[in-house]
Ligand binder design. Structure first.
Ligand code: GDP
Length: 631
């Protein structure tokens, strides 16, 4: 957080007249409020944007917020009421916001939104029309997912489009017997997992590709698991049937072992032999897909406002955010106001897979949309709402909620495991395990089994040979697992994803080091390497309630010093009533790092807000020694 070092000393008490000290910092070109005239503040605004709007330093805004007991970071959203107060304190006049809804309106709309059933739920059965199936191709690496998609596309492109240059937009359409089939073009299950992790159900049918010369492999099993978890029917494409060493029986047995019972064996999973290379069996495959689709009686109402899922999105230099949306129901039109995940927009243009501008797009079609405010994420749901204004209000509300959630929910990490076990929050340690060769996997899982304790199970959710990929990270993120790599690398994108998602990735080259760490984490043995030091104590003299839940304890430091961001123990009548983090520390108006003995200060804890007068807050720090460094 950016902080002002030029803090003005003042006294706690009634609000002072407007005070400007940002000019001293020279970083921001400050405009005189009188010259600027009234400012317009939207229903919600980030601290950073507010500072920009007021042409002041963000630290000034943060300081004003702290005065009101709000400990905001630079990217945090505040509502208009609060922002108006801050602006007023800083000497700015706030005008009536014309376009933006009020906080109450936004609230009311968001409440209505929360009460609404899923946007994909159909209501008017009279308007329901059959729709084309949406298909994903999954399977083990090198089994021919990409080749199969290419082969299908080039042999079954929609009539009249043959030879047309289709651009990659993340999904494509083919026609068979005059019926459309939509394929999600991102082979593998990255997209599938990413979407599922975010709760979106897009696919109607999963084609699982298995190479006849290889058989059921780890990623085949994983793909089956994904399809099953998403309750999506499976069609097996037995690929590479042209190869001399093709061995369909081995694949079939492998499938049985993976609990996939094909029709030939009395089950309900169709298996179609194909060759992506020789382009054989493709018609059969498409026909089977249509049959499976028929069983599902896929329907949608083209007359309702559109709802769909983002399959790809990027920031285009010239055109701004562009996204491919797979419309699942309704019809999307140019000019529609849309909410897309946490962003919103007004559809400026729609383009089909051939780059052609269209005015509308109906159920089960993929179109590129222009006019969204920010780049959405794959898996975000797009839905048409009454107008832009409402779209914006809903998106802002979602961002608020997400920001609030962000600070409260931590991801699983090995360091944190013991605390979670103690708190009864963790009953198992979930692991995604990757190793250089599959031979190591068995040895590692066996070793891990040995160290599970009565309290904590070790659950290897997924194991596989090869680098740690995006898919592993997404799976870990979706299931709150850690990722362990043994003698293997991590792809650069996976690394970035792990950082973004906050997934704990650990890499080892010796099994005992891996098991040592996990054993230590399970038994709390990572704890002794944290050396605790009591920094000081402060007596609570007065309680300030700010807003609904935030409590600031006005304290007097009786011994040592109180340190911001340290641990905090709340003592009452000789007993500890809470252990928490000392999140905010303030002397008069200034946010400070520490407060020494015999001084007053304001303390805010991260989660515990039931402090009462007479409590003693103990500030403690932990010296963290990394086990890797200690070895
Ligand atoms: P993916 O990793 O599953 O997308 O697999 P690819 O589509 O990249 O295919 C992997 C390799 O298998 C490539 O060298 C393809 O040329 C080859 N391949 C794919 N399908 C067939 C097939 O039907 N027959 C033969 N002989 N080779 C194939």
């Amino acid at each position: 957080m950016a902080r002002s070092r030029s803090g003005t000393r003042g006294k706690r008490g009634p609000r002072k007249p407007p005070r400007r000290d940002s000019a001293a910092q020279g970083a921001v070109q400050t405009l005189d409020p009188a010259v600027m005239g009234p400012v317009e503040i939207p229903a919600t605004i980030t601290v950073k944007d507010l500072a920009e709007l007021l042409t002041v330093n963000p630290a000034d805004v943060i300081r004003e917020l702290i005065k009101s007991g709000i400990f905001a970071t630079i990217n945090q959203l505040v509502d208009r009421e609060t922002a108006t107060l801050v602006a007023g304190e800083l000497g700015y006049e706030v005008g009536e916001a014309a376009a933006a809804p009020t906080a109450e309106e936004a609230e009311a709309e968001a409440v209505a939104e929360a009460a609404r059933p899923s946007v994909f739920d159909e209501d008017d059965s009279a308007e329901l029309q059959p729709r084309a199936p949406i298909v994903t191709v999954m399977g083990h690496v090198d089994h021919g997912k990409t080749s199969l998609l290419d082969a299908i596309r080039s042999t079954a492109v929609a009539t009249g489009e043959r030879g047309g240059i289709t651009q990659h937009i993340g999904a494509s359409e083919v026609t068979k017997n005059g019926r459309r089939i939509v394929f999600l073009d991102t082979p593998g299950h990255e997209a599938f997992t990413a979407m599922r992790a975010r709760g979106a159900r897009v696919t109607d049918i999963a084609i699982i590709v298995v190479a006849a010369d290889d058989g059921v492999m780890p990623q085949t099993i994983e793909a089956i698991a994904h399809a099953r978890a998403a309750k999506v029917p499976i069609v097996v494409a037995l690929n590479k049937i042209d190869k001399p060493d093709a061995n369909p029986d081995r694949v079939k047995t492998g499938l049985v072992e993976a609990n996939v019972v094909i029709e030939e064996f009395g089950g309900d999973v169709p298996l179609v032999p194909v060759s992506a290379k020789a382009r054989t069996g493709l018609d059969d495959l498409l026909e089977v897909v249509l049959l499976v689709a028929d069983l599902q009686e896929l329907k949608a109402n083209p007359k309702r406002p559109a709802a769909g899922t983002i399959v790809e999105a990027e920031l285009d230099k010239g055109r701004g955010p562009v996204a491919t949306v797979l419309i699942q129901t309704g019809t999307l039109r140019v000019g529609d106001g849309v909410v897309v995940g946490q962003t919103w927009g007004k559809i400026k243009a729609l383009e089909d897979a051939r780059g052609k501008r269209v005015m509308k797009a109906g159920p089960s079609s993929a179109v590129v949309v222009l006019g969204i405010a920010d780049v959405p994420q794959a898996g975000d749901v797009l839905e048409v709402v009454e107008d832009e204004r409402k779209a914006r209000a809903i998106a802002e509300k979602r961002r608020n909620e997400a920001a609030a959630k962000d600070t409260s929910s931590g991801r699983a990490t090995l360091e944190d495991l013991y605390r979670q076990i103690q708190a009864g929050q963790a009953k198992e340690l979930r692991i995604i395990l990757k190793a250089d060769v599959s031979g190591s996997l068995g040895a590692i899982t066996h070793a891990l089994d040995q160290i599970a304790t009565d309290e904590v199970k070790i659950n290897v959710l997924h194991e596989g040979a090869g680098d740690i990929t995006d898919n592993d990270i997404l799976l870990a993120s979706a299931s709150d697992a850690i990722v362990v790599g043994f003698n293997t690398g991590i792809t650069p994108t996976a690394k970035r994803t792990a950082e973004a998602e906050g997934v704990d990735v650990r890499e080892y080259d010796i099994i005992y080091k891996l098991t040592d760490d996990i054993e230590a984490a399970l038994s709390g043995m990572l704890e002794p390497v944290l050396v605790e030091q009591i920094e000081g104590r402060a007596e609570v003299r007065q309680i300030f309630r700010v807003g609904k839940s935030t409590v600031i304890a006005g304290c007097y430091v009786t011994e040592g010093r109180i340190v911001r961001n340290s641990g905090a123990r709340v003592w009452r009548g000789g007993r500890v009533v809470a252990t928490d983090k000392l999140e905010s520390l303030r002397r008069f108006r200034d946010d400070v790092r520490e407060v020494a003995q015999n001084f007053e200060c304001g303390i805010g804890l991260a989660g515990y807000h039931d402090i009462v007068e007479g409590d003693v807050i103990e500030s403690f720090t932990q010296q963290q020694v990394s086990r890797a460094a200690a070895r």
